[in-house]
Design a protein around this ligand. Structure first.
Ligand code: B12
Length: 215
């Protein structure tokens, strides 16, 4: 098995092939993160490029997403490790903002945070500001992570931050944002605490923010 075969399976939207190659990759000793970062994520990136060039349409994107989810489903249990560190860490509420159905990147961030020992509550996609605030209260979360993949939905992020503020929770919660169209500049502009362009950096950024908060 080669990483580029797995990447191709995602691009072709072939879930069965993606599943078989993921298992083969594990058997061959590829670390789960290597398969994610060097095959699955680049595969989805290529799908986006093809969509932009109008070689792919929504059905192809959906098939690719299914292939990616199948592979991630196999890898996820292998990523969740350092349970011993849970408990010392704030709980995280994560979701994709209202109007937006993209959840693959958000799922990856959730997986990486779990792997780093955070307890993560995933609200899914298309989440309203009210639902985010409710979950923060219910779970006594110290971190709120928002994802958006569309330029038309990332503008729903400030409404979530505003709802936190209205509930008098803004000072108690670290807000991190991300997703392909989101930038560091945008994050600062809407009053978020942090931004990361990928799931691994998300973990680092959060560690940094939480350490700064304690200090
Ligand atoms: C798969 C896909 C779909 C699937 C989604 C399936 C699913 N369950 O997620 C489906 C087919 C449903 C879909 C639908 C649409 N899509 Co679409 N889609 C994509 C595609 C190809 C891949 C997205 C993806 O999964 N990437 C892989 C993951 C791993 O990357 P990621 O999401 O960026 O996440 C990483 C980082 O951004 C970051 N991150 C993400 N979230 C967070 C959160 C936090 C807190 C942090 C710190 C970091 C972080 O870490 C992640 C891991 O490294 C992108 C192309 C692209 N290049 O992004 C288009 C894309 C996002 N889609 C696009 C469009 C236009 C649409 C539709 C409007 C199409 C249509 N005409 O109907 C609809 C909108 C539906 C809706 N209301 O949401 C455009 C958006 C253009 C724009 N500028 O707004 C894109 C960019 C394609 C393109 N090149 O034009 N899509």
């Amino acid at each position: 098995m080669e990483l580029r075969d797995l990447e191709a399976a995602v691009i072709e939207g072939n879930a069965r092939k993606a599943e078989a190659l993921t298992r083969e990759g594990l058997a061959a000793g590829f670390p789960p993160l290597t398969m994610i970062n060097q095959a699955l994520v680049p595969g989805m990136h290529e799908v986006g490029e093809r969509f932009k060039r109008e070689e792919y349409y929504v059905p192809e994107m959906l098939l690719a997403a299914r292939a990616m989810r199948t592979a991630l489903g196999i890898l996820k249990p292998l990523l969740a490790v350092s349970e011993s560190r849970a408990g010392e860490r704030p709980r995280v509420v994560i979701g994709t903002v209202q109007g937006d159905l993209h959840d693959i990147g958000k799922n990856l961030v959730a997986m990486m945070l779990e792997g780093a020992g955070y307890e993560v509550f995933d609200l899914g996609a298309n989440v309203s500001p009210e639902r985010f605030v409710e979950a923060v209260v219910e779970r006594e979360a110290g971190v709120l992570a928002l994802s958006a993949l569309l330029t038309t939905t990332m503008t729903n992020m400030p409404a979530v931050i505003e709802a936190l503020r209205a509930a008098n929770l803004r000072d108690r919660v670290v807000v991190v944002v991300g997703g392909a169209p989101v930038t560091d500049r945008y994050a600062r502009q809407i009053g978020a605490d942090g931004f990361a362009s990928d799931a691994a950096t998300a973990v680092d950024i959060l560690e940094g923010l939480l350490t700064a908060r304690v200090a």
